[in-house]
Design a protein around this ligand. Structure first.
Ligand code: NAD
Length: 240
């Protein structure tokens, strides 16, 4: 699993470890040490980083569930002003790396194995001023479908989750550091019909389900884990 050092990725790694799985966690910085976890320092957007992950996966005897979770969320900017560098980094980490890592690992995924991509509600709808991230997650949504079709003959299933706003360290920090943290938190909460942020654990549970035999007849699906955000066509979600 990639991007396991913090946030949603860490919650996914913890859930698998709790349920007795051996977890291979890859991240730019070394993920926290969980029982049964093998940690690899790797940038998924580089060939060398992916090779390190493949080598560790081979040593562990293969991969039953691959979770493409790592993402770069730092290149804010509109269609008119996003930097070319930020655009390239975002697309490389969020879209190209899941393709290339999955391809690199495909021989280590036995029939019946599963891939779960962590997309976003921003892959289903766009947010103003966040062109690169929107494009990368929209790409990942349709890449998930393409992977499902192309890997089905190999006996592999591929699905994605599309989380709403989740109470990760990064999201909580952006709330705390805003001019009016209480209002910012309410604004985030009001994006969702359930009027709260999701937790990393709530996303992890759906990832776990999609990776499991319980989801044996599911492939090519994108599951929103968004407290009803995408059930509304009015994204502010307030009753009129
Ligand atoms: P985060 O930024 O807290 O953690 C991402 C992790 O990925 C970090 O540990 C980071 O070091 C790692 N990472 C980044 N680039 C990497 C690279 N090139 N190689 C290896 N590791 C790399 O992110 P998060 O908020 O936990 O998000 C996890 C996933 O969920 C992402 O795909 C994100 O787009 C998606 N998501 C998050 C939210 C949210 O509200 N937090 C909402 C929708 C979707």
């Amino acid at each position: 699993m990639t991007g396991a050092a913090r946030g949603i990725g860490r919650a996914i790694a913890e859930l698998y470890a709790e349920r007795g799985w051996r977890v291979l966690s890859a991240d730019l910085s070394l993920p926290p040490n969980l029982r049964g976890q093998r940690r690899v320092k790797a940038d998924v957007s580089t060939a060398a980083g992916r090779e390190r992950i493949v080598r560790a996966a081979r040593e562990m005897g293969g991969v039953q569930v691959l979770v493409n979770n790592a993402a770069f969320q730092g290149a804010h900017g509109s269609v008119l002003d996003v930097s070319e560098r930020g655009w390239a980094r975002t697309l490389n980490v969020n879209l190209t790396a899941p393709l290339l890592l999955t391809r690199a690992l495909v021989d280590l995924l036995p029939r019946g194995a599963a891939v779960v991509n962590v997309a976003s509600v921003q892959g289903l709808f766009a947010e103003q001023g966040n062109a690169a991230y929107n494009a990368s997650k929209g790409g990942l949504v349709n890449l998930t479908r393409a992977m499902a079709l192309d890997l089905a003959p190999h006996g592999l299933r591929v699905n994605a989750v599309a989380p709403g706003a989740i109470s990760t360290e990064a999201v909580l920090q952006s709330i705390t550091e805003s001019d009016d943290p209480e209002q910012t938190r309410r604004d985030y909460e009001d994006l969702h019909a359930l009027r709260r942020l999701g937790t990393p654990r709530e996303v992890a549970q759906v990832v776990y389900f999609l990776g499991s035999e319980d989801a044996a007849f599911m492939t090519g699906t994108i599951i929103p884990v968004d407290g009803g955000m995408t059930a509304s066509f009015m994204m502010a979600g307030r009753p009129v």
